[in-house]
Design a protein around this ligand. Structure first.
Ligand code: ACO
Length: 347
């Protein structure tokens, strides 16, 4: 029987620069009241000048490695859609900076579902015997691709990184990933996009409009799809694990919007307080969203050893995915109080 992939370490990190709703309201036609009621977000963390996705990934990756007891891993998989550069992938330089030697390292791009896709990829490497342990990181510096004048996206997204170490083990162990549900629907690719900068736009030969270099999202249709896809995917992994929905102790869903989290939990018949929520402090951190929510929930005691946990995500592509596990007793090197203090901030 092929080995299972077992969660052995976890860490999260957000950059020190905090942007509150009031700070955004001072420069855009929006308000703290609108942002809180429509999204649930109070503040977000953004990279200071000169800091990039690779820097975020190194911070979270190093915390996950410490949580796993330090030492080496056999591969690094980095989920991001804001790589340090279009080419090469960011993962090899992250692996190098973490002192991991010449291990295989590559990026996975599935926007906000990226971490679930990266976890499944790592699970495959372990199951196939290609790697005995994998560092899986979700990191995005999304603020770097937002139009400074676009109130519809600036209020939602924040920067950050979360990471886990997976190691080969037994399926009966706490922390074993109990199966995956992954999907995509490219027919809706236009709903979440950065139109310029890729081969499609470059091959046209004409310079792109400035706005096309920025992230664009049609929020309303995305909202209903996020609820449907995240809950559908969660249902399938719960059934595959042989659980009933009432067995689920904690739901860790992509932190897109507090109303989406509430609707998702309601759709699944899970009490809202069992759905982890840290988006009030960090916003939507894209590929970092699920691991950062896990790290914060584990650090605060919301995730306890033995809990039946479902992770579910949704994002551009469109893409979605989910997995399930029993929470293991691992130390968590997240520092939510140190790196995400209070609600006041500086820009
Ligand atoms: N401040 C004030 N008013 C605003 C703002 C703002 N920041 N943004 C939009 N508005 C206005 C709109 O212009 C609109 O005005 P109108 O009625 O005069 O036309 C009104 O508020 C309502 O706008 P909606 O877009 O209908 O607002 P909605 O309630 O849908 O909330 C939001 C918008 C928060 C984006 C929501 O649709 C959402 O969360 N969508 C899902 C996003 C998501 O899940 N993304 C997942 C993946 S992201 C990824 O993969 C990268």
């Amino acid at each position: 029987m092929s080995p299972a992939a077992v969660l052995a370490g976890l860490g999260g990190w957000t950059p020190p620069r905090v942007v509150t709703n009031d700070m955004l309201a001072a420069e855009l036609d929006t308000s703290d009241e609108w942002i809180r009621t429509r999204t649930g977000i109070h503040r977000r963390c953004v990279v200071p000048p000169g800091m990039s996705t690779g820097d975020l990934a190194v911070e979270a990756g190093s915390r996950a490695l410490d949580s796993a007891g330090g030492g080496a891993v056999d591969a690094v998989v980095l989920a991001t859609s804001t790589p340090d550069r279009p080419c090469p992938a960011t993962a090899p330089s992250v692996a190098h900076r973490l002192g991991l030697g010449e291990v295989p390292a590559f990026d996975v791009a599935a926007v906000c579902t990226g971490f679930l896709y990266a976890l499944a990829t790592a699970r495959g490497l372990i199951g196939a015997g290609i790697a005995g342990s994998v560092l899986v990181i979700g990191a995005d510096a999304f603020s770097t691709i937002l139009d400074p004048a676009d109130r519809t996206t600036r209020v939602i997204f924040g920067d950050g990184a979360g990471a886990v170490v997976l190691r080969a083990g037994e399926v009966a162990e706490p922390g074993a990933l109990l199966g995956f549900d992954l999907g995509s629907d490219g027919a809706d690719a236009e709903l979440i996009t950065v139109p310029a900068g890729g081969s499609q736009q470059r091959s046209r030969g004409a310079p792109a409009a400035v706005a096309d270099h920025y992230f664009q999202m049609d929020g309303k249709p995305v909202f209903s799809r996020a609820v449907r896809r995240m809950s559908g995917s969660a249902r399938r992994v719960v059934a595959d694990a042989g659980w009933e929905m009432s067995d689920v102790d904690v739901l860790v869903a992509h932190q897109a919007n507090a109303r989406i989290l509430k609707a998702c939990a309601a759709e699944l018949g899970i009490a809202p307080e069992r759905a982890v929520q840290n988006l009030d402090r960090v916003g939507n951190t894209v590929a970092a969203s699920v691991p950062l929510a896990m790290a914060d929930a584990a650090a605060s005691g919301e995730l306890a050893p033995g809990d039946r946990v479902v992770l579910t995500g949704f994002g551009g592509g469109l893409t979605w995915g989910a997995t399930a596990l029993r929470w293991p007793g691992i130390p968590v090197n997240d520092e939510p109080d140190a790196v995400r203090p209070g609600t006041e901030g500086t820009s």
